[in-house]
Design a protein around this ligand. Structure first.
Ligand code: NAD
Ligand code: UDP
Length: 339
């Protein structure tokens, strides 16, 4: 049976490129749409090598109705996996309007153009940041939501907008995937996370320190109420995450309500546990210094992922060793990312 055609917005980016590989391996037709604001065409060239076929790529912006119309004119899109968005928390505090325009306005225009062209099935990249500072862990989907910065607020707003879209028209099929902390890379080491400038996130910072690009890691706080005083997060391998999207796209047409689903492993690791695991996987030292807490950080965040298992028949299969080994393979064979 021929499989559906999936439009992947933001498909040249970190999570998108990994998802494109798995979608094609699962037999889907894929159209990648990206404005390359935080990605390069090189990631798609690498994807082409991995799947041994050409990738259909349309360069464009989700805020442009003309760009999107070109996609719908040239392809019969069954579902959209919507990764396109800006994701730097610090930048969102400095430039809130840029984030609301790109993420919120962009999603509104995307949905408008989908409806206009008869495509009403969307899987959206939300984030565990919508749980704010949770009262307890593990975190269930039913926990209260809040936002402490414009990036997080853009995710919450989009979730609400998509729920309203469904209320107005029950023909929509909508899945909100709340990612915990995506890390790692494809096991080939040929695609991976390529942050611009100094990494904000822990894992790429550790990897760049191990490869000698950074002198030492600053550990933001060692006085949290956690196993060793450092922050605890639910790191999830990007290939597991990509696999959840393949499962979601296979089931999305059957859903009769807006589905909100946590994607995590259910296990939390501290910053120092991650440093240790990375040193073991890479055979390199990761020097670190204890620094003050980072504003807005919380002590502990990890998922209860049982709803994903129930609804998507998905669960994370790759542990912290694979996350560190694959991240190191990517970092050590591409010390300057895609450049
Ligand atoms: P990424 O920056 O690597 O990928 C996003 C892609 O979207 C980039 O290729 C970028 O060029 C593209 N893009 C941005 N704005 C666009 C626009 N207006 N039109 C077209 N393309 C546009 O980021 P990622 O880590 O792959 O994240 C993908 C999605 O998952 C984002 O929505 C992000 O907010 C969300 N998310 C990421 C994380 C994480 O830690 N990586 C965690 C939770 C949620
Ligand atoms: N962290 C750190 N040093 C860094 C980057 C992050 O100590 O250079 C810590 C951070 O305080 C948090 C954890 O690592 O406890 C994960 O941070 P990240 O920014 O990757 O994810 P988030 O905080 O958004 O969950």
């Amino acid at each position: 049976m021929p499989k559906d055609t999936i439009l992947v917005t933001g498909g040249a980016g970190y999570i998108g490129s990994h998802t494109v590989v798995l979608l094609i391996e699962a037999g889907y037709k894929v159209v990648v749409f990206d404005n390359l604001s935080n990605a390069s065409k090189e990631s798609l060239k690498r994807v082409e090598k991995l799947v041994n076929q050409k990738i259909t790529f349309i360069e464009g912006d989700i805020r442009s109705r003309e760009d999107l119309q070109k996609v719908f004119d040239s392809h019969n899109i069954d579902s959209v996996i919507h990764f396109a968005g800006l994701k730097a928390v610090g930048e969102s505090v400095e430039k809130p309007l840029k984030y609301y325009d790109n993420n919120v306005n962009g999603t509104v225009i995307l949905c408008e153009m989908m409806a206009k062209n008869g495509c009403k099935s969307i899987i959206f990249s939300s984030s565990a940041t919508v749980y704010g500072d949770p009262a307890t862990t593990p975190i269930l989907e039913s926990f209260p939501t809040s936002a402490t910065n414009p990036y997080g607020r853009s995710k919450l707003m989009i979730e609400e907008i998509l729920r309203d879209v469904y209320v107005a028209d029950n023909a929509w099929k909508i899945v909100l995937l709340r990612y915990f902390n995506p890390v790692g890379s494809h096991q080939s080491g040929s695609i991976g996370e390529d942050p611009n400038g100094i990494p904000n996130n822990l894992m790429p910072f550790i990897a760049q320190t191990a490869v000698g690009k950074r002198e030492y890691l600053s550990v933001f706080g060692d006085d949290y109420d956690t196993i060793d005083g450092t922050g605890v997060r639910d790191y999830i391998h990007v290939v597991d995450l990509a696999d959840a999207h393949v499962k979601a796209v296979g089931k999305v047409k059957n859903f009769t309500e807006v589905m909100t689903i946590n994607l995590g492993t259910g296990k939390g690791y501290s910053v120092l546990e991650m440093v240790k695991a990375f040193e073991k996987a890479s055979g390199k030292k990761v020097p670190y210094q204890i620094a003050p807490r980072r504003a807005g950080d919380i002590a502990t965040c990890f998922a209860n992922p049982s709803y994903a298992k129930e609804i998507l028949a998905w669960e994370a299969t790759k542990g912290i060793e694979a996350m560190c080994e694959d991240s190191w393979r990517w970092q050590s064979s591409n010390p300057n990312g895609y450049n």
